[in-house]
Design a protein around this ligand. Structure first.
Ligand code: NAD
Length: 349
């Protein structure tokens, strides 16, 4: 049986990844600091499952990481742990450097020392997969898409910290030979996303009949990918990716923010009508733009498709409907994760 050390596995993408990996028969050691963004509620279905070992801790804690590697002898490390919200990085960049850069460096050093001591066959099979973002490439104009060779040009403290971590991963491969893989993915959405991000925030505000905040003119473009498809891409890269390579992951689903918000409104008009038949779209309120807001991201995931045969399984329309339905059916989860430290207020102005 394969054993994975997954960091950040109580967050949005990490938890979706862990749930599927354990369901598929893998053993997962889940190391998560449980910041505001980490929620064990997402993992309740794994209670008592012998193939899931949850450990609360920091990727920057070398003693703890070293002990977990020695104890569980994983075949791979998958690094999701990060501070992940751009608006928070505007208000407080230091935490982003602390976890995303310094923490990733500590994890890499522990991984290198562990990997070097493995027997030859286990060492050859070992992988360190770093989960990153398309935001490292900066902003696009009206045309073009990011490929794996697009130069890095991060514009926010968040993307700058992720770019730095990507460079460290690259350097650990080139300098020490650590068998690394990096994935750079577009915007994810789906079940269990913390309601500070656009899609769950808009769903929650709409359910409360509150104004739906849209930054600037609403015409910023993101390429949206359903979280389950991102997790499948990571599994595929782990299985068959070329050591040292990076892979772009995207949904081929570019939408302006206003299109995304209107799609959610239309779904809720059917599923959760407002009083008096009022349309949810009337709740849309344009607010001051995010400072330095990147205009457009678009991913060319052709390498992943050509070389490893991965492609998204859901269209945006199917994925967004499933997501709205998940939030409608899981309001107790939302109420529990909104534990008082975050009340869906505006950050990063
Ligand atoms: P998230 O904020 O929902 O979850 C992050 C998790 O990491 C949380 O459970 C948190 O408790 C944990 N964590 C934070 N600091 C830690 C530390 N020092 N040690 C251990 N655990 C720590 O984030 P997410 O949206 O699930 O993103 C996961 C990864 O995927 C991140 O690396 C992010 O940069 C990347 N990514 C996200 C998206 C997206 O659209 N959400 C897109 C591309 C890439």
């Amino acid at each position: 049986m394969q054993t994975l050390l997954v960091s950040g596995g109580a967050g949005f993408i990490g938890a979706n990844f862990v749930l599927k990996a354990v369901a598929d028969g893998l053993r997962v050691v889940n190391l998560d600091k449980l910041t505001y963004a980490g929620n064990l509620d997402t993992l309740t279905s794994l209670h008592g499952n012998a193939n899931h070992h949850f450990v609360q801790g920091d990727i920057g804690d070398r003693a703890l990481v070293g002990q977990l590697l020695a104890q569980f002898k994983p075949d791979a490390i998958v690094n999701f742990a990060a501070e992940s919200h751009v608006d928070r990085s505007i208000d407080g960049p230091a935490a982003f450097v602390h976890t995303n850069v310094v923490g990733t460096l500590a994890l890499l050093e522990c991984a290198r020392d562990y990997w070097k001591a493995l027997p030859e066959a286990a060492g050859a099979a070992f992988r360190f997969l770093h989960v990153s973002t398309d935001e490292v490439y900066g902003s696009l104009g009206a045309n073009g898409r990011f490929t794996e060779t697009t130069p890095y040009a991060p514009n926010s403290p968040y993307s700058a910290s992720k770019a730095a971590s990507d460079h460290l991963v690259r350097a650990f491969h080139h300098t020490y030979g650590l068998p690394t893989l990096t994935t750079n993915c577009s915007n994810n959405y789906g079940p269990c996303q913390f309601p500070e991000k656009l899609i769950p925030l808009v769903i929650q505000k709409a359910l409360a009949a509150s104004p739906l905040p849209v930054y600037g003119d609403g015409l910023n473009v993101r390429d949206w990918l359903f979280v389950g498809d991102h997790c499948a891409a990571i599994r595929r890269v782990l299985q068959a990716g070329t050591v040292g390579d990076t892979y772009n992951v995207g949904g081929n689903a570019e939408r302006t923010n206003i299109e995304v918000v209107k799609a959610i409104c239309a779904l809720l008009d059917d599923r959760h009508p407002l009083d008096g038949g009022r349309k949810h779209q009337t709740l849309i309120t344009f607010v001051k733009d995010r400072p330095g807001h990147d205009r457009r991201y678009a991913i060319d995931a052709g390498k992943l498709q050509r070389e490893l045969g991965w492609q998204p399984s859901l269209t945006f329309e199917t994925g967004i409907a499933q997501t709205v339905d998940w939030y409608l059916s899981n309001q107790p989860w939302v109420q529990r994760v909104l534990d008082g430290s975050y009340r869906m207020e505006r950050l990063g102005v």
